[in-house]
Design a binder for this molecule. Structure first.
Ligand code: F6P
Length: 328
């Protein structure tokens, strides 16, 4: 029979994302509501290995729902990838009387949790927190909505100056393996072209499209480039290439970088995080383990972590079609 869960730990791991604090708050308050003890683990798995724990109560998470980043800090921990590191982490959890943990993070964090669960039969639950929205088993990850709204706001501003000067801008957005940010923010901001890792449009098509834009009377253009794009040139090389082949264009580059990971979470991300935190704690208390909480058709669902870490969510083909139509 599964051991009764009386104390749950919560940690954030991997790249941070806006809304992680709302998820921490939700886990802590759900524990308080259900009269379960809760401890926070600082600095992700590194803090687990070092026993960097702090008891939490409902008041410990006052005034954080609106804050970006993570109050628990985050880290990418190499030591947790080793059996010795995980053994140290397990010893710390046992010493602190922790019966289960909730990890808020992405693929790498979940893989660590799954291995840990397999090695020590220790109950774990994942909550997807990443701006990339690339995790299988959920239509939305915490932080994605905030990130695309941030990107759209910035592109709107760049468009102002682009059109004043009749310029072409290449704007690089995050998305190492996937183009969800690029595609959604690109459609939302009315980009001329969107270059994503899933689709290699090719340099010829890019030049053709830019020629068509000029011919049709567009004075300025915005091209969104996901950082993991496969066209074979980075944004600066793309600028040089276009200026060489289409000298009519005055080109500028803007790399948005880590500003996409910051800022106050949107209402959507706060609500999503609050719902997922409740579900994660309740699922653990029902005896479920090694799952990730997700959302589909507005219902919360559980997906085995072993499934959630298999690759990345594909981009929405329909949205690619919409984008193609909008750029005519
Ligand atoms: O995982 C989210 C992500 O934002 C990626 O899109 C990006 O490539 C990466 O994190 C950057 O990570 P770091 O902060 O470690 O440089």
């Amino acid at each position: 029979m599964a051991k009764e869960i009386k104390k749950i730990a919560v940690l954030t791991s991997g790249g941070d994302s806006p809304g992680m604090n709302a998820a921490i708050r939700s886990v802590v308050r759900t524990c308080a509501y259900l009269e379960i003890e809760c401890v926070a683990i600082y600095r992700g798995y590194q803090g687990m290995i070092e026993g960097d724990f702090k008891p939490m109560n409902a008041r410990s998470v006052n005034n954080i729902i609106n804050k970006g980043g993570t109050i628990l800090k985050s880290a990418r921990c190499l030591e947790f990838r080793t059996p010795e590191g995980r053994k140290k982490a397990h010893d710390q959890l046992v010493k602190a009387g922790v019966d289960a943990f909730v990890v808020i993070g992405g693929n790498g964090s979940f893989t660590g949790a799954m291995i840990f669960n397999n090695e020590f039969d220790f109950p774990v639950m994942g909550i997807p927190g990443t701006i990339d929205n690339d995790i299988i088993g959920t239509s939305y990850t915490i932080g994605f909505d905030t990130a695309i709204n941030t990107v759209v706001e910035v592109i709107d501003k760049i468009r102002d100056t682009a059109s004043s000067h009749n310029r072409l801008f290449f704007i690089e957005v995050m998305g190492r393996d996937v183009g969800h940010i690029a595609l959604n923010a690109g459609v939302g901001a009315g980009a001329e072209e969107i270059l994503i890792p899933e689709q290699n449009l090719g340099l010829e098509r890019l030049l053709d499209s830019l020629k068509r834009s000029k011919k049709s009377g567009k004075s300025s253009s915005i091209v969104i480039v996901a950082e993991g794009d496969k066209i074979g040139k980075n944004v600066f090389e793309l600028k040089d290439y276009v200026e060489e082949h289409l000298p009519i264009y005055d080109v500028r580059v803007s790399v948005l970088g880590h500003m996409q990971r910051g800022g106050n979470p949107t209402c959507f991300d706060r609500v999503l995080a609050s719902r997922m935190g409740v579900k994660a704690v309740e699922a653990l208390l029902e005896g479920k383990t090694n799952y990730m909480v997700g959302i589909r058709d507005n219902d919360l669902i559980l997906t085995p972590i072993s499934e959630a870490i298999k690759g990345h969510t594909p981009v929405d083909e329909e949205l690619i079609r919409v984008s193609d139509i909008m750029t005519t």
